[in-house]
Design a protein around this ligand. Structure first.
Ligand SMILES: C=C(O[C@@H]1C=C(C(=O)O)C=C[C@H]1O)C(=O)O
Length: 115
């Protein structure tokens, strides 16, 4: 099974920015992983509590992932954690591997989670 973790942070909590960032992250993963809907088992998307204007799952659905099992959840509220962040966890068919796609400021999170 192929596991894909992704993250991106927003400039602000607006419909336009949520759409832009969700599409940016999803498009990057789809392109680099050559991901087809039929290969995906499920996608879990978390948002930090400050993201409220639009549901990223709806955006992914509108990108064409009409039959994919999607689940949207709220990220844990930990003090000083990165605000305005969308995270993806994708399980898909493929060679056993784990890949990370951390766009914009979230690249910092990779180092932090390994400390
Ligand atoms: C540091 C991150 O944020 C938090 C920490 C994670 C981790 O240590 O793997 C995963 C999700 C978040 O709860 C991240 O998304 O990588």
């Amino acid at each position: 099974m192929r596991i894909i973790r992704g993250a991106i942070n927003l400039k602000k909590n607006s419909k336009k920015e949520i759409k832009h960032c969700t599409e940016k992250l999803m498009n990057e993963i789809v392109k680099k992983e050559k991901l087809k809907e039929r290969d995906i088992y499920s996608i879990i998307i978390s948002v930090t509590k400050d993201i409220t204007k639009k549901n990223p799952c709806t955006i992914v659905r509108k990108m064409g992932f009409v039959n994919t099992a999607l689940m949207g959840v709220q990220e844990m509220q930990i003090e000083k954690s990165m605000p305005l962040t969308i995270r993806f966890l994708i399980h898909s068919r493929g060679k056993d591997s784990t890949k990370f796609y951390y766009l914009k400021d979230t690249a910092k999170l990779r180092g932090e989670s390994e400390k």
